[in-house]
Design a protein. Structure first.
Length: 291
């Protein structure tokens, strides 16, 4: 889908069983002509980022086969930042105000060529604002959002990934939830399969509780992102900005697969030549159409 407006139709219809069946059998682009990998390279786990690397500094293995790296860029491609916010009953009152403030803090540090969008989910998924350079429009949409109903976390994440893929640029999906899924139509497996076929990187922010955010943990792992668990809603703004700053420090590595099958699961391994480094990138990608 190339038009951001199409996501509105998707979001409005996500609770339809017919759409659910279609989504579970959806055909996502194979992306085997050129594979793009977002990689965070640090001196150690959670350490400072290593900058100044080029194509000759990287080794990429696709299913164990060394590939020729064609392009490496760093903080050059405009971002598509999809704020994906839980608006269920539990997010109301003071919690909602903290969430609105956090969204505003993130929008304030976007660059002029970056785009942002707002997807909200409760028992329904809604497109608050499509991808736009107009941060004020997204800020107004956050201000208009209100919490009610159950939590369709899986459906909301699917809508955000699809929206992130709908335009040029690097897609960063930031999902916030203070609970676990209670009302999605789509299965977690179907949406994780979509994540495997997508270039979007999912970061998630969850409020720490006895309930483990396993779906968010899997979605972030499969896309090379990270899950942040916060103790208090007051730290949301700082965490959102931290996610964006970390994403900007990631390299975009591109290569054309050679010597490997054109379908199925491809295991990826990214290395930096001649030095020890911690690398966070997606563990692989799913090529070809689903059977």
């Amino acid at each position: 889908m190339k038009k951001s407006g199409s996501i509105a139709l998707l979001a409005a219809a996500l609770l339809s069983p017919a759409v659910t069946r279609a989504a579970q059998n959806a055909v996502f682009s194979a992306k085997v002509e050129a594979v793009r990998v977002d990689a965070l390279v640090t001196e150690r786990e959670n350490g400072p980022a290593i900058v100044g690397l080029g194509p000759s500094d990287f080794e990429v293995y696709d299913n164990g086969v060394l590939q020729q790296v064609d392009l490496v860029s760093f903080d050059e491609v405009p971002l598509n930042v999809i704020l994906t916010l839980d608006m269920s009953d539990s997010v109301a009152g003071e919690r909602l105000e903290h969430l609105r403030s956090a969204g505003g803090a993130l929008l304030a540090v976007l660059k002029k060529d970056d785009q942002a969008a707002l997807v909200t989910f409760s028992h329904v998924v809604a497109l608050g604002a499509g991808l736009t350079n107009d941060a004020a429009r997204v800020r107004r949409a956050i201000g208009d959002a209100a919490g009610s109903g159950d939590t369709a976390l899986v459906d909301g994440t699917y809508a955000a990934i699809t929206l992130g893929e709908s335009d040029a640029g690097r897609a960063l999906v930031i999902v916030f939830s203070d609970g676990v899924d209670t009302s999605s139509w789509l299965s977690a497996d179907a949406v994780l399969d979509a994540a495997k076929r997508s270039d979007a990187v999912v970061y998630a922010v969850a409020v720490r509780s006895r309930l483990k955010p396993e779906f968010l943990r899997q979605a972030t792992s499969l896309t090379g992102g990270r899950l942040f668990e916060v103790e208090k809603m007051t730290s949301l703004g700082e965490t959102f900005v931290r996610v964006l700053e970390e994403f900007r420090r990631r390299y975009v590595i591109s290569y054309t697969p050679r010597g490997v099958d054109k379908s199925g699961w491809h295991r990826l391994e990214v290395r930096v030549k001649g030095r020890r480094a911690a690398i966070k990138a997606r563990p692989g990608y799913l090529a070809g159409s689903p059977p």
